[in-house]
Structures are given as C-alpha cells and as structure tokens.
Design a protein around this ligand. Structure first.
Ligand code: TTP
Ligand code: MG
Ligand code: MG
Length: 352
C-alpha cells in the first residue's frame, strides 16, 4: 500500500469567516445555511472549536444550539467564498507534485508512494506551514498506509495537528474503533452491521467474509479487507470535485419564483439528461444566482447518499434557490450536481 498524506481543513467554513471577520476569532459563532431572518429553521453547518466545547456541532438544529448559548452569533453560509478558498488550498497541495485526489471541498489526499515516514512528516509540516502562512487557515494532516487509514489518523489528530500511523500499529489502532470510523460506512451500513452483532472494526475483521459479501456485495469484501488492515483504494488523479452544471441568463431581471422555478426545472432536466447519459450519480447539489449588481451567490447541499433522481434534485435545487432569491432581482440562474461518480453496475438509491 502506498503511503498517503490526507489533509482536512479545520472547521473550514467557520475558519474562512474568521479570516474576513477577525473579531469573531475564538468567539462562539456558527455558520448555517438558512438566511439570518429564518435561522431558527436551519442547522449548524460548522463552528470553531471554542463553540464545539459548548456542545454545539455540525448538523445540530440552530434552535438547539441557541439553548446551549443564547447569544450565539449566526452567520449565513457563503458557499462561493468557501469554494474560492478551497481552490486556493488545493493549489498549494497540487504544487507538492504528487498524484492528488480532491475528495471534498476541504479534503484531499496525496499518493506519496514509497516515501519514508520521516520524509512524509517533514512534507506534512511544510504543507501545514504553507497553508497557514499564505492563506491564514489551519488544517490537520494524517499520514498512513492507504487513503482510508490516513483519513482516520487525520481525524484523530484534529485540530491543527499531524497524525502518523505506521503499518505495524494498524491492527491495534483499528481494533476498538467503531465501524463508523471506516470511510464509506454511514448510518445505514452501521445499523445493518449492528444487526449482525458487529460494532467494532475488530469484530468486523473476524466476521465471515462470505456473509459480508452476501449482505453488502463488493463493498462487503472491501469492508472485510479494510478491517484487516488492507486498503485497496487508490488515489485517483482528480483536481476538482467533478460536476455537471447548466446555467442560463433570464430574459429580464425578476424575483418571481414561478418564472425562476420554470427555468430551474428546465436546467435540472438538462443536467439530469447528461447525468443519465454518462451513467453517473452524485452526492451534491448546487445552485447559483446572479444579482442585479452583478454579484453571484452559490448554495450547496451535500447529500448523505448518491442520487440520480430528477424529482429529488429539482426539489432540492428549488429549496436552495428560494434562499438565494428572497425577493432580490436575479438575472442568471444555474444548477449543478457535484461529487459525481460513475454508477455502472450499481443500483440507484433514490430511484428515478
Ligand atoms: P468537515 O471537514 O466535516 O468539518 P469542518 O472542516 O468544519 O471541521 P473539522 O474538519 O475540523 O472537524 O466539513 C467541511 C465543511 O463542510 C464544513 O466546514 C462545513 C460543511 N459541512 C456542512 O455544511 N454540513 C455538515 O454537516 C458538515 C459535517 C460539514
Ligand atoms: Mg474539515
Ligand atoms: Mg472535511
């Protein structure tokens, strides 16, 4: 297995906000997707570690967060800004010159091949220094034998750390961890494994691989190998979180949601036709609006499962677009699906 450097930005959206609002640094505040006026119906997208110390975390309803801290500052997320910052972070990593896979807006992995652990640690320090000095943002890096283990040790080293996991320590490291710690194991898989009396990675390692394959197909085999210290995933050269999008300039400025919805529906249809043609599915939906002052805003929604459903995509895009329009005049709208992957040979989760 190649040595992998895995980087994940610390409290990414909130760190970006601290950068342009230095007065927020270290203060309790959250970034949420809902507009400020209707923040009560939104959820926390992320928050800095000082805020996490109060028990507040990603995906927590804002109302609940306010119960923990009544004077909590709320910032509406600005996805375009975070995407720009992400691009700059990724550029620093790209310049290291290794095969690189951008995994999400704030995560990437580098294939270090047969590099020694000492050299890899030096590189990790350099990358951290560079991201911090040129962009002013903190990140954490994990070094491990394979992408999955590098990510796990990165999670353990958070925040602002470097985690190193050597091959010989892998078994001990994995043994008592919950199955959810493995990349790709979400709530559904964890529940199904629990029904099979498998909660820890150690238990997964001792399970019958044939039973796992019967229940989860090829993913079952992958899980069994991962639990036993074998990570077969490769770092795939991927610089962008792959996306398929369409946008259109409207005949005139409007804030009429009926007009905008019709355009959005047509654009979503075009995007989905392309998705189907390429036999893809995706894990993110994004919309964009351009306003009368020529500024643009973007709203993204990360999905917990892959989708290739038109109805679901359109419904989500419309929800996001309503948050962007809010009576403001727009001239151009767009819809995009991202984190797109080939679904050849797999069945769809949301149906079509
Ligand atoms: P993460 O990397 O999961 O979280 P983080 O960077 O905020 O914090 P850390 O890595 O230090 O634990 O997610 C990256 C960004 O994705 C995050 O800043 C905001 C966004 N996000 C959501 O919008 N909703 C969510 O539920 C999560 C987990 C993240
Ligand atoms: Mg992060
Ligand atoms: Mg992340």
């Amino acid at each position: 297995m190649p040595l992998v450097l895995f980087m994940d930005m610390d409290y990414f959206f909130a760190a970006c906000e601290e950068l342009r609002h230095p007065e927020l640094k270290g203060k309790p505040f959250v970034v949420g997707s809902a507009p400020v006026k209707s923040k009560d119906r939104g959820v926390v997208e992320t928050c800095n570690y000082e805020t996490r110390a109060l028990g507040i975390h990603s995906a927590m309803p804002i109302n609940q967060a306010l119960k923990l801290k009544s004077d909590l500052v709320y910032i509406e997320s600005d996805d375009k800004y975070y995407m720009d910052m992400s691009e700059r972070v990724m550029k620093v990593l790209k310049e290291c010159g290794f095969r690189m896979e951008v995994i999400s807006i704030d995560e990437a992995a580098l294939d270090l091949g047969g590099m020694s652990y000492d050299k890899a640690e030096e590189l990790a320090k350099e990358v951290k220094r560079e991201i911090n000095s040129s962009l002013g943002l903190p990140c954490t890096i994990g070094i491990g034998p394979g992408k999955v283990y590098a990510k796990m040790v990165c999670d353990r080293a958070k925040p602002n750390g470097i985690g190193i996991l050597k091959g010989e320590d892998l078994k001990t490291f994995l043994k008592d961890k919950k199955v959810e710690a493995l990349l790709g194991v979400g709530r559904k898989t964890a529940e199904k494994l629990k029904e099979m009396r498998i909660k820890s990675i150690g238990e997964l390692a001792k399970a019958d691989p044939n039973v796992l394959i019967d229940n989860f197909g090829s993913f079952g085999k992958e899980l069994f190998l991962l639990a036993n210290g074998i990570d077969e995933s490769r770092i795939e050269e991927k610089y962008d979180v792959l996306s398929i999008g369409r946008e259109r300039t409207l005949d005139q400025y409007t804030n009429d949601m009926d007009v905008i919805a019709r355009q959005l529906e047509a654009l979503t249809k075009e995007v989905m036709d392309e998705v189907k043609r390429q036999q893809m599915w995706f894990k993110g939906i994004s919309v964009k609006a351009k306003y009368i002052d020529m500024t643009e805003r973007i709203k993204n929604r990360a999905l917990s499962n892959y989708s290739d459903s038109f109805e679901f995509t359109y419904k989500t895009a419309l929800e996001l677009m309503k948050e962007l329009v809010r009576d403001k005049q727009v001239r151009k709208v767009g819809v995009r699906v991202y984190a797109v992957e080939s679904r050849k040979g797999q069945s769809t989760i949301f149906g079509t």
